[in-house]
Design a protein around this ligand. Structure first.
Ligand SMILES: Cc1cc2nc3c(=O)[nH]c(=O)nc-3n(C[C@H](O)[C@H](O)[C@H](O)COP(=O)(O)OP(=O)(O)OC[C@H]3O[C@@H](n4cnc5c(N)ncnc54)[C@H](O)[C@@H]3O)c2cc1C
Ligand code: SF4
Length: 441
């Protein structure tokens, strides 16, 4: 098992969750930026959902034009600092870097991006272009990456923007979900504060849109509404024993961990069910919280897992063990979780076959990383929203417009759950659609 002891203080917590991509100093940034080949038709740009002009900002860093570099980044991606730290760069920009073809380490684009934007945040560098004030107001529901990106873009165009957020803090899963070894809560909140100061949008906290009266208020007060509400709670597996103490949904567990930090006590033996990135995060985080046995249990094998390989390696390096080809049957225990009973499985012609052989793993806690449910209740409050036969939302005339022309949607609520950078990219495009819609009114 990994060498992590249960953290007793904030300092212990930060020590167990040391940043995997720490901030560069100026010498490192100069050296790393000098390695870039400034490729024509750079593949790193096309691999980035926000299409940041990567060679340009790297050249600007290399000529010590940090203001120019952060402007280049923010022009394409309003959450440039958060994305520099949390993006799976290994499979996006850095994965596309031409150096990979020569077996040379790709340019550390994410860390260079964080280097430039951290300085913009620290100095309060001016971002907003002096847009003409437009006499229309837009409501943004949800202050997650999608909502924040839409709010920045709309404010930049000149709209009066109010964000209504159910929780008491901004940033959605960037704050409540992303692993603490990728970004600290303070870093996430610093970028949001910076953006709020630059653009002047308002965030009303503890303001969930929960019923038809709330929706009628939005409809009445605002000319357009952007829904960046993400996804809901972790789906149930409908297993017997899911009501026992010590049984958690992954998203709820991670949110508690991110807020409580060292105050959360994780027991000695944990089983994490699932094979996606959230399962890797939950398992890795339990190991770093001092659990002595963390077992990742997945229905199929390593090659079928949905998680990125680098996320799996990170969990393995933290001491997480794996149990392949097991399907959970029941969570056992009287009041508390005591074990999970599985049936063994195997792949037959790529189809999962559940075998008769049973297998029980004793544990004190179970985490279900089995995906998040859709926020159907909120969407059902909007009149006229239609769906396709596959369950996807039907689109209006403009990109990210729903079939009620006043309502737009992007981010996890639209794409079913991808990465922060996808939410940011989609929401920026949705804001442009909102502008077009309001201009045509
Ligand atoms: C455990 C976990 C780890 C992740 N790690 C990474 C990572 O390392 N890198 C990465 O790029 N991506 C990661 N992701 C994915 C990423 O966090 C999401 O894709 C991204 O946050 C989606 O942004 P969003 O704004 O669409 O939704 P969310 O981040 O979910 O934000 C939605 C916001 O809307 C608010 N809201 C919801 N309903 C209402 C309502 N009715 N009224 C008012 N407000 C409402 C919520 O409180 C929340 O603040 C992770 C996801 C999870 C679950
Ligand atoms: S592909 Fe790599 S070397 Fe080429 S511009 Fe992008 S970061 Fe620089």
């Amino acid at each position: 098992m990994g060498d992590f002891n249960q953290p007793e203080s904030k300092e212990d917590f930060l020590n167990n969750f040391q940043e995997v991509k720490p901030l560069m100093n100026s010498t490192e940034a100069l050296y790393e930026s000098a390695r870039c080949l400034f490729c024509y038709d750079a593949p790193c740009i096309t691999a980035c959902p926000t299409e940041i002009d990567i060679p340009l900002f790297i050249r600007q860093i290399n000529t010590n034009n940090i203001t120019g570099a952060s402007n280049t980044i923010y022009r394409s991606n309003w959450l440039g600092n958060i994305c520099g730290q949390v993006c799976p760069t290994e499979v996006l920009c850095e994965g596309a870097c031409v150096y990979n073809h020569q077996n040379v380490k790709p340019i550390e684009i994410g860390r260079l991006q964080s280097y430039a934007t951290a300085q913009a945040i620290k100095s309060g560098q001016k971002l907003k272009k002096d847009a003409k004030k437009l006499n229309q107001s837009v409501a943004v529901v949800g202050a997650g990456p999608a909502g924040l990106s839409a709010a920045c873009e709309l404010s930049n165009i000149g709209y009066d923007v109010t964000i209504l957020e159910a929780r008491s803090m901004p940033s959605g899963l960037a704050l409540h979900g992303v692993a603490p070894y990728k970004i600290t809560n303070e870093q996430v909140l610093a970028e949001v504060e910076y953006l709020k100061q630059q653009f002047g949008f308002t965030i009303e906290y503890n303001h969930p849109i929960a019923n038809s009266r709330d929706m009628a208020y939005l409809d009445d007060q605002f000319q357009a509404i952007f829904l960046g509400i993400g996804l809901g709670a972790t789906r149930s597996l409908k297993l017997p024993g899911e009501n026992l103490h010590g049984n958690w949904g992954a998203v709820e567990f991670i949110e508690t961990l991110k807020i409580s930090q060292h105050q959360l006590k994780v027991p000695q033996r944990v089983v994490v069910l699932g094979g996606g990135n959230t399962a890797m995060d939950a398992a890795s985080e339990c190991a770093r919280m001092g659990a002595k046995q963390v077992i990742l249990a997945y229905r199929k094998g390593l090659d079928q897992m949905g998680a990125y390989r680098f996320e799996y390696e990170m969990a393995k390096n933290a001491g997480v063990q794996s149990l392949w080809f097991v399907n959970p049957l029941e969570i056992l225990g009287s009041e508390r979780v005591e074990a999970v009973k599985f049936k063994k499985t195997r792949l037959e012609n790529d189809k999962l076959a559940i075998l008769d052989e049973e297998y029980t793993v004793p544990c004190d806690m179970v985490i279900r990383a089995t995906g998040q449910s859709k926020q159907v209740n909120v969407f059902s409050l909007v009149e006229g929203i239609q769906y396709e036969s596959d369950g996807g939302m039907s689109q209006g005339k403009l990109p990210f417009q729903t079939t009620n022309p006043k309502y737009f949607v992007a981010g996890d609520a639209f794409n079913g759950g991808l990465e922060v950078v996808n939410a940011v990219a989609e929401a920026k495009k949705a804001a442009v659609s909102i502008h077009q819609y309001l201009q045509d009114l």
